[in-house]
Ligand binder design. Structure first.
Ligand SMILES: [Ca+2]
Ligand SMILES: [Ca+2]
Ligand SMILES: [Ca+2]
Ligand SMILES: [Ca+2]
Length: 276
């Protein structure tokens, strides 16, 4: 009997260390959200049939922060995909058409997001700011990689997406000198110069890209540590969810292995009382 109890404790401890060894990418997936902002980044606009003639360039300016929901939109098992509008990508483009970005873990703390969409017929959007023209948008695309750092302490969410704090920070790498083919978002289409709609004005093939983008995001490790009900604290309410769903899947599956079991229970117990 004593031997059995001892064995139980030892295996529970082994299970605990195995169960809590989640990577930053796994923690992000369990959080299921991130607060994201694109800061001032280089851009160019090129014109002509092949979009080879430089027409404009400089700094894009800081874009508004956005609250991104992460889920598994392509069913590959990675809860790293998100959908945003073109206007959320670049605020001067007045289109609510959506683009889906699919995330892939490059390693334990790095995620690469790629997305593209072709519009047929073209998406008609007014571009404000220095462009100030109607635009027939044919393609939108993006490819960027962010690295996750675990913060030493909990901070309030700088972008105000959640009342819970954040302890994961994501950032694109600084690319110096800027490289057009690293970490970019782009738009290809036809400007209608001087027009008052997408059907009037002089058509001009124009391609825009912002590159070596400076993007920062925040998320939280709390759900991966046992905050099942999302109230920013790991306590008896979370424990009850795990116990209530024991043996099932879904709510209470803290380590996202498809089943609510003693591994999840141990994670909650191990982090009991933590909050952020
Ligand atoms: Ca996925
Ligand atoms: Ca994926
Ligand atoms: Ca909780
Ligand atoms: Ca589990």
């Amino acid at each position: 009997m004593r031997k059995a109890i001892l064995f139980g404790i030892v295996s529970a401890l082994a299970l605990t260390s195995a169960a809590i060894a989640q990577t930053p990418v796994q923690k992000l997936q369990q959080a299921g959200r991130m607060s994201f902002q694109l800061f001032d980044s280089q851009y160019y606009i090129r014109i002509g049939d092949q979009c080879t003639l430089p027409a404009a360039g400089g700094g894009l300016g800081n874009q508004n922060p956005i609250c991104v929901v992460l889920s598994d939109l392509d069913g590959d098992g990675d809860k790293l995909d998100f959908q945003i509008t073109i206007n959320q990508m670049v605020n001067s483009i007045q289109s609510n058409a959506t683009v889906t970005f699919y995330g892939e873990a490059v390693n334990d703390n790095t995620v690469r997001w790629q997305g593209s969409r072709t519009f047929s017929p073209p998406e008609c959007a007014f571009i404000g700011g220095s462009v100030n023209q109607w635009y027939q948008l044919n393609d939108v695309y993006g490819d960027f990689t962010m690295q996750i750092t675990e913060l030493e302490s909990c901070q309030s969410d700088p972008f105000n997406c959640s009342s819970c704090g954040v302890d994961l920070r994501l950032a694109t790498a600084a690319i110096d000198p800027p490289d057009e083919n690293v970490n970019y978002l782009g738009f290809n289409g036809i400007l209608r110069l001087g027009g008052d709609s997408c059907d009037t004005g002089g058509p001009l093939r124009a391609c825009a890209r912002t590159y070596s983008i400076n993007a920062v995001a925040y998320s939280t490790s709390l759900p991966s540590r046992g905050d099942v009900n999302g109230d920013c604290t790991i306590d008896d309410a979370d424990l009850l969810v795990v116990l209530f769903n024991f043996g099932n899947s879904g709510d209470g599956d803290v380590n996202a292995d498809g089943i609510v079991d003693d591994a999840d229970l141990l994670i909650v117990l191990f982090n009991f009382g933590a909050s952020c």
